[in-house]
Structure formats: C-alpha cells, structure tokens
Design a protein around this ligand. Structure first.
Ligand code: SF4
Length: 341
C-alpha cells in the first residue's frame, strides 16, 4: 500500500487481467458516528432494552436495523417515547425545544450529538447573542439544519446553495455571519460563501471550519481516487448527506459514473461494462463490513486486485456522552458494529 498517492494513473485498459479496485482511505465511520453508535450499544448493555432513539442515530439503514435487532426503538418525535423512559438523541443534534420536551415527559436523555455539530450550535448562539443575521448554508429539512436553526430561530436564515443567495433577506447587510452544515460539499460551500460575500462584503466567517474533518477528508480521498477510476461505488444510504456528496464529488473529479448503494446486492452488473478500474469508498456512517461485502462482490467478477489509496491519516476519537462516561470503552478507534444475519 502507498502511504500517499501522487494522483497519477493511466485510464482506459479493459482486459480482465488489469481489472482492479482503488479503495479510498479514509472512508467509513468518523469519530462522531463511532461515538453515537457506541452510545446506543452501551445504553442497551447498561439499561437493557428497550432504549429509545430519537431519529436515526446515524443515517445508515444497516446500522439502524442492527441496533433495532438489539432492542433499540427508533422514533421520530419525543412525544412517541413513553414517559420516564431512556431516549438517545442522534449524532445530528437537536434544537433546545427537544430537550424541553424530554424534560416535560420526564425522560432520561443521553445526548449523542457529535461534538462538531455542538460546536456549530454554540457558534449560532454566540452570533445570535451579538444580534447578527446568521446565514446557515445547508439542506432544507436535514435534521442537523433543523437542530442548529432551533438554537436561534429568529436570527438564522437557511441558504441552500449558491442559487439561493439572491433570495436572502437580512436586517442589516453589514451585520451578517455565515455558518454551515457539517456534511456539505467543500467546493460548493466555498462557491456559496463567495456569492454571499459579493452581496455582503462585511460577511463574518465562523471562528473555524464548520464542514467537519471527516467530510473534508472523505472528499479529498474520493477526488484522488475518482481521477483514476471509470466507475466509483459509494457505500452509504440515500439520506446520508456526506455519502450523497461523495457521489457528486466523484463525478465532478473524473469518474464516468458514480453510484450510491447500501449493500453489494444493489450493484448493477451493467455498471461494470468496459470498466477497468472501480473506485470504492463509503460515507461517514457506514461500517466497513459493508465495504468488504462490495469488495467480495467485485472480486467474484474479476476485480480482486485491490489497492488502498490513503490520502489523509485520521486518528480522531471523541469521549462518550457525559451520561455514560463511567463506562469503560474498548481501546482503539474503529467500529464495533458486527453484521447480524
Ligand atoms: S460526519 Fe462529521 S459532524 Fe457528522 S458525525 Fe461525523 S465527525 Fe461529526
């Protein structure tokens, strides 16, 4: 395996002997997802089933199904949780009103909000306290956007990409700040910020990047890989923002085609027609066992030569939510979710 790839690959050979796979690294679980999944696992061990989880703990159907089999019950709203029960809030974060609702129902809450989402919440609170209009770049209806907006509903305006900039209305064009969802396309967000700054030259930046390290690193990795692959397969769910972005980035950076699949069984053999090099990666909420399933499927079709391309080294890990801090964690990073058959 190469430590760092220089991005130079020839394309176009199609003989069986030259079929190969480029496997992106980093891929899959980020520190926030690892922590959120572990939170539900430990809550089940510590308190026993059922443990209620508001929304999908992370946006991956396999993770959700596996935790359901262990006794987690996923609900959409706090009012669906029986009074006095335990409820876990998902990695995407919740608005303050959700905490109030939980208190009103006498629920024991465990907050698995990713610390990097919490950071954006705090930025929103601070800008609102200073009475800025806050332009939140993100996708309408995404749970993270709903949670962040709930921190300062009177100050936050959603900006859904560069095309939405012209629609923004603010009270004072000289007192405007921007924030963003953590899982956006880095390039598109920069384009949105440029367009916002043209309208609002005194636009205030967030104190640090809101698009998280994991989203950025997976996009860097897929850009390098896509330059050498005709087809890119991204493992991830359709409601996973960062996974969907990986498909877009792959197409923008050299892949002829890129597809999102939850499982190997969803791959269409027709996608392989004339393809020598297949790129494989996965979103930040995807356990690596699903990627291994895709690699096995490809190997059965002659794509058994796998080269892992590491673009960035990752070692981030987050402490458990404070409600579970007394619990001993297994050592070392990485997912612990095993497939249930
Ligand atoms: S994708 Fe980023 S913000 Fe979301 S859970 Fe992972 S580390 Fe946190």
């Amino acid at each position: 395996m190469r430590d760092v790839w220089d991005g130079s690959y020839d394309r176009g050979m199609t003989s069986n002997s030259q079929r190969r796979v480029l496997l992106a690294k980093p891929r899959g679980y980020c520190a926030g997802v690892d922590r959120a999944v572990e939170t539900v696992e430990i809550a089940l061990e510590k308190y026993g089933a059922p443990v209620y989880v508001r929304k999908q703990i992370v946006h991956n159907v396999h993770v959700v199904r596996t935790l359901e089999e262990r006794g987690a019950i996923f609900v959409d709203e706090t009012e669906e949780v029986p009074e006095g029960s335990i409820v876990v809030f998902s990695a995407h974060g919740v608005a303050p009103v959700v905490h109030q609702e939980a208190r009103g129902r006498n629920l024991a809450t465990i907050d698995a909000t990713c610390p990097l989402v919490t950071k954006v919440h705090k930025e929103a609170v601070r800008f609102a306290k200073d009475d800025y209009d806050i332009l939140l770049i993100g996708h309408e209806g995404h749970e993270e956007v709903i949670g962040t907006s709930g921190e300062a509903p009177d100050h936050i305006h959603l900006v859904d990409g560069p095309g939405d900039v012209a629609n923004v209305q603010v009270r004072d064009p000289d007192k405007v700040a921007w924030l963003s969802q953590t899982t956006l396309s880095v390039d598109e967000t920069l384009a949105t910020v440029r367009a916002l700054r043209e309208r609002f030259p005194n636009l205030m930046d967030p104190p640090s990047d809101d698009i998280c390290y994991a989203t950025q690193n997976r996009q860097v990795a897929v850009k390098q890989m896509a330059a050498g692959a005709e087809l890119v397969i991204v493992v991830g769910s359709t409601n996973s923002s960062n996974s969907v972005r990986l498909v877009e980035v792959a197409k923008e950076h050299g892949a002829d085609n890129a597809y999102l699949v939850d499982y190997a069984a969803e791959i269409d053999e027709a996608w392989l027609a004339g393809v020598t090099t297949v790129g494989v990666t996965s979103g930040a909420s995807v356990p690596d066992e699903l990627v291994q399933g895709v690699l096995a499927w490809l190997a059965e079709r002659g794509y058994g030569d796998v080269e892992e391309i590491e673009s960035v080294k990752e070692s981030m890990r987050f402490a458990l939510p404070h409600e579970l801090r007394s619990v001993q964690r297994p050592s070392g990073p990485g997912p612990r979710l095993e497939a249930r058959t």
